[in-house]
Design a protein around this ligand. Structure first.
Ligand code: F6P
Length: 366
């Protein structure tokens, strides 16, 4: 006899990404098959705060493997331990700890465990529940691929695919006009999307948050290419990239969000600098949320299904407060706390950086 829960909740928190529905499907079907009831919580932790829960049945999760978004909805503002309940006289948000109420809601719904599908912010939001004794099973989600303890989060492969397609497309138009084309990709403080799509999309320059760049080096690369008869240069810039003597460019700050800093603007900056420093025309494009929308690529569907099954295996085994993870290409699990609060950045000695340099890709640093 194990003390396997008979009723669990599932929520998707933080920014959405392709593959969320594939995880919801895998968790729900697998749970139902094993006699475990699944209660869907709407809009991440907001659904617990506002008591918006509904049972998930087999038909609810049929035909959603390939669909983007999340049938449960998501919120990247609802941190129960620090929930904005209003504003003070000067318009600043007032925060309250509403986690005791959320625990009550979970208890009265009969939830014996919570499957928490999200990134580091969502895992952090789960902390009060872990501390109060409600087991949380994490499933790592983010296009940024920056969750500590797992080498892969679902959504990343689709985002990299979208970015690669965009890079493929700008090559030809850049060539036609002899321009520099700067493509800005997401990733927050991690350069995984830029590195993978930059290599796959044959970017001539890749700018990563982990390697501060020198505009002189970028312009020298453009000049060297032109001297070799290459009319165009394609630059893949991570939104978190920054010049050696500068800072990251912040698009907006949202104090009510657990992740208040929203980056953006580096591609426009680099394009403007190129035009100011050279006689080459430059254009930029910001891929933004196109990287988060739409159908997951097959590899993400596979990873999402493996993660969903892995989560139910942990539930069935009565394991508590674990997060499924991919390590050395194999499914495993780690303590959920291990994933909280940190960011898995690209290591400077990552083999893909060396491989990119070996095909003369510049990181704007030499
Ligand atoms: O964490 C996922 C992500 O898409 C980041 O790459 C990006 O910086 C951020 O979310 C954008 O957040 P929002 O959707 O709140 O603008």
């Amino acid at each position: 006899m194990t003390d396997s829960p008979r009723r669990i909740g599932i929520l998707t928190g933080g920014g959405d990404c392709p593959g969320l529905n594939a995880v919801i499907r895998a968790v729900t079907k697998d749970a139902i098959y094993n006699g475990i009831e699944v209660i869907g919580i709407e809009d991440g932790f907001l659904g617990l705060i506002e008591e918006r829960l509904r049972p998930l049945t087999y038909p609810d999760v049929s035909d959603i493997l390939t669909t983007g978004g999340t049938i449960l909805g998501s919120s990247n503002k609802a941190n129960p331990a620090r929930f904005a309940t209003g504003t003070d006289a000067s318009g600043r948000p007032i925060f309250e700890d509403v986690s005791p109420r959320c625990l009550e809601v979970a208890k009265s719904a009969g939830l014996e465990a919570l499957v928490v599908v999200g990134g580091d912010g969502t895992m952090m939001c789960a902390q009060p529940f872990v501390a109060a004794g409600l087991s949380c099973i994490g499933v790592p989600k983010t296009i940024d691929n920056d969750i500590v303890g797992t080498e892969l989060s679902f959504g990343f492969l689709t985002a990299s695919h979208v970015a690669t397609e965009a890079l493929d497309r700008v090559h030809t138009t850049a060539d036609s006009h002899g321009r520099v084309l700067v493509v800005e990709v997401m990733g927050r403080n991690a350069g995984w999307i830029a590195l993978h799509s930059g290599v796959a999309g044959g970017a001539d320059v890749i700018l990563l948050p982990e390697i501060p760049f020198d505009m002189d080096a970028v312009c020298e690369k453009i000049a060297r290419r032109r001297a070799r008869g290459k009319r165009s240069t394609v630059i893949c810039a991570a939104e978190g990239a920054r010049p050696k003597d500068g800072t990251q460019i912040v698009r907006t700050v949202d104090p009510s969000s657990p992740d208040p800093i929203k980056l953006g603007g580096i591609a426009a900056f680099v394009a403007a600098e190129v035009e100011a420093r050279t006689d080459v025309e430059a254009r930029h494009v910001v891929l933004g949320h196109t990287q988060r929308g739409g159908s997951p690529v097959p590899a993400d569907r596979v990873v999402a299904t493996m993660f969903g099954d892995g989560a139910i295996e942990l539930v069935k085994a009565g394991k508590r407060n674990r997060m499924v993870a991919m390590q050395a290409g194999r499914l495993t699990d780690i303590a959920i706390e291990e994933s909280m609060g940190g960011q898995r950045l690209v290591a400077l000695d990552h083999p893909l950086i060396a491989a990119a340099r070996s095909v003369y890709t510049s990181f704007g640093d030499e």
